[in-house]
Design a protein around this ligand. Structure first.
Ligand SMILES: CC(C)(COP(=O)(O)OP(=O)(O)OC[C@H]1O[C@@H](n2cnc3c(N)ncnc32)[C@H](O)[C@@H]1OP(=O)(O)O)[C@@H](O)C(=O)NCCC(=O)NCCS
Length: 393
């Protein structure tokens, strides 16, 4: 009866295998709606374009965690809570300092997040309150951790948060040590909104899978960071920028793409498992890049020109034919560079922005938790004779 679970050989028919879990639904969610055919994305019912235009990262976090927009009083309270969690404990600062010089920032971020429970002494009334407070702690501190990582990487000291600034502006302040430019803060705020949530992607699913064992929130988010790191997922933003540098100048773009595609290589920042059209987040980032181009320095302008050329060629070659269009990671690099953010912390910043989505999904899943335990189809042997090591060839 149970043989189909165990022995591929004894099965009458091979089961359908959804490689990469493609097309598989594993839960219901009220957080994000992604329409990959028409290029639409909604957080709790609000289109990404309207949130980018009108909201702030703090307000979007509230929306994602609570499922509705806050009143002004609620937002004020939530923003104050985020601020209260910003500063890093001395032990975390020491840990970051120790790691930052010899590991990539994503590894330091992952380790620092997993170390946060060591410094959490608050007692909460109930699990809901605890999950919410831990979420805000992670969302808030992840940005401070990245600022600290970057400063230590550059031989500088940790800068304490500034409570008069919003989340994005405070990050720039903690990164640079000087009052941030208003326009830069606004652009970063929008970038954070665009990266805040995206359904059951690889890192969110990884967080949920870890949480489904009834592990804890910090462990789940640490797992999510691990999954986001790879270049097929969040790591694509840094990889895309490295590709632009490798192309070097706009007139090299066509040859670079031809060589890459004929060598079966991926063009980073293009393609998506769900979007078979233009990623709506990429559209918004492109608009900012075009605006920036007008007042940007030579480097950003050159990178943007290469991007526009690459976009044209890729859409022509693979867009309509294979549904491969620019994704969120394609245009973000030059935007970050124009804000003075180095490529090594692009993916960590993605993780910090996405931490709210991970937390919200984990908390939502826990309300109707079921251990995640899919199957693989065994294709190996059985009943092999165990030979003593001296008799093996
Ligand atoms: C994101 C990604 C992993 C999704 O891939 P997927 O849904 O698993 O799709 P597949 O890997 O099966 O690709 C389907 C086809 O498109 C091609 N393809 C997909 N993305 C491509 C890219 N960026 N450049 C060139 N070809 C690409 C594949 O080679 C494959 O072609 P084939 O059918 O001739 O073999 C993939 O598009 C990719 O590797 N993109 C680059 C990395 C990136 O930007 N990641 C960030 C995503 S937000």
């Amino acid at each position: 009866m149970a043989s189909y679970l165990l022995l591929g050989k004894e099965m009458q028919e091979k089961p359908t295998i959804n490689l990469g879990l493609e097309g598989v639904y594993f839960s219901e969610s009220r957080i994000a709606m992604i329409d990959g055919i028409n290029g639409r994305l909604y957080y709790c019912g609000y289109s990404i374009a309207s949130l980018a235009e009108n909201s702030t990262y703090e307000e979007t976090c509230y929306l994602i965690l609570h499922g509705r927009l806050p009143t002004s009083e609620e937002l004020e309270k939530f923003s104050a809570m985020m601020k209260s969690f910003r500063d890093l404990p001395d032990g975390i600062i020491r840990l970051i300092k120790e790691m930052a010089r010899n590991t990539v920032p994503m590894d330091t971020l992952r380790t620092a997040i997993s170390a946060l429970p060591a410094y959490q002494s608050n007692k909460y009334e109930n699990p809901e309150e605890e999950n919410f407070a831990e979420s805000v702690n992670i969302i808030s501190k992840s940005a401070s951790i990245i600022a600290a990582i970057e400063r230590f990487r550059n031989g500088q000291d940790y800068i304490k948060p500034n409570a008069s600034l919003g989340h994005a502006a405070n990050f720039l302040y903690m990164l640079k040590g000087s009052p941030p430019d208003e326009k830069h803060s606004k652009i970063l705020d929008v970038m954070m909104i665009l990266h805040a949530e995206h359904g059951s992607n690889a890192s969110t699913f990884t967080s949920i899978a870890a949480a489904s064992t009834l592990s804890d929130l910090y462990s789940a988010i640490t797992a999510g960071i691990s999954a986001l790191k790879g270049p097929l997922h969040g790591g694509a933003d840094e990889a895309a920028l490295r590709m632009l540098y490798a192309i070097g100048k706009p007139e090299n773009t066509a040859k670079y793409i031809d060589d890459a595609l004929s060598g079966k290589k991926r063009i980073m920042g293009f393609g998506h498992r769900i979007y078979k059209t233009y990623d709506p987040r990429a559209r918004i980032i492109k608009k900012y890049l075009e605006e920036l181009e007008n007042d940007a320095n030579g480097e950003v302008r050159k990178l943007a020109k290469i991007e526009m050329e690459a976009e044209k060629i890729m859409i022509d070659k693979l867009g309509k034919q294979k549904g491969i269009w620019p994704n969120v990671d394609f245009f973000s690099g030059p935007v970050y560079i124009s804000l003075g953010i180095s490529k090594e912390i692009f993916t960590p910043l993605f993780a910090a922005s996405r931490s709210v989505g991970w937390c919200a999904h984990v908390i939502e899943y826990w309300k109707n938790n079921r251990l995640i335990r899919p199957l693989d189809y065994y294709t190996g042997s059985i009943d092999l004779e165990y030979l003593p090591i001296s008799e093996r060839r």
